[in-house]
Design a protein around this ligand. Structure first.
Ligand SMILES: [Zn+2]
Ligand SMILES: [Zn+2]
Length: 262
């Protein structure tokens, strides 16, 4: 059993902090964890977020309040950890905020280090964050038509997949988190996403983060979308998006049977 998405960012790049994640994983029967960090933690990725800052003061403050680290603090940690043996398998990757206008920059940055895996995430709709409580309402959801936001999201997802920059894409239906759902039928859109994921040999996640971190009533992927992905044989991993060791593996027991193929 794999937990394919967790972040160390609330602690330090030390063996002790990593071991806390490993210990919880073991206690929940997880034998492989995928650790990844957000690109918005690191100085070197700051150019990705320049236009995000320019959208409004809310987003500018959100970006400027981050205590950025040099990327080497993470890549050196990965190099050190690769020399060690752990009781379970540990992969180290990166969660990249995807922006279509920055594909070349992302490509250049990813060429500089050999991560075990790289995930592309849509966190921004035309530079506007969709998932930040207290910011996204005024920036995006209250200003733009919900159907437009969803259509734009699907366009960005397709561009992300077609970029061939990433091994997988994270939490594909987290746009639902504010319960602002589209009025149009999205079945054809999800079918297209599923087709493209298969064509570009990318995986996606059944990620329970929205459920336990943001109190969304669906535990992981919406059942209809999950079924579409399975009908297309999209490669799927269960993931918690744990930002703290105590959440590693949480709820995966409850979603694994419906998620994983036999
Ligand atoms: Zn994410
Ligand atoms: Zn994440």
């Amino acid at each position: 059993m794999i937990d394919a998405h967790m972040h160390l960012e609330q602690g330090s790049y030390t063996v002790d902090w990593l071991m806390e994640f490993i210990n919880t994983a073991q206690s929940r029967g997880i034998n492989e964890i995928w650790v990844l960090e957000h690109t918005h933690r690191f100085f070197e990725f700051a150019p990705l977020y320049q236009q995000v800052k320019e959208v409004n003061d809310l987003q500018r403050k959100w970006i400027e309040d981050k205590h950025l680290l040099p990327l080497s603090s993470y890549t050196n940690f990965i190099r050190d950890m690769r020399k060690k043996t752990f009781p379970i398998t540990v992969h180290f990757g990166l969660e990249v905020c995807y922006f279509p206008q920055h594909e070349q920059f992302i490509r250049d940055m990813l060429a500089e280090f050999n991560y075990d895996f790289v995930v592309g995430s849509i966190h921004f709709i035309d530079n506007m964050a969709y998932d930040l409580k207290g910011i996204s309402e005024a920036t995006l959801w209250d200003r733009y038509d919900t159907d437009w936001i969803w259509k734009r999201y699907f366009e960005l997802m397709e561009a992300l997949i077609k970029s061939d920059l990433f091994d997988g894409t994270a939490h594909p239906d987290t746009l639902k988190m504010f319960h602002r759902m589209p009025e149009f039928d999205t079945t054809a859109n999800w079918n297209r996403i599923a087709d493209l994921l298969v064509k570009h040999q990318m995986y996606t996640e059944n990620n329970v983060g929205c459920y336990y971190r943001y109190n969304h009533e669906e535990m992981g992927l919406n059942d209809k979308i999950l079924q579409i992905f399975k009908d297309h044989h999209v490669k799927l991993y269960c993931a918690t998006d744990a930002h703290n060791p105590k959440f590693v593996g949480i709820h995966l027991d409850e979603i694994k049977d419906k998620t994983l193929y036999d």
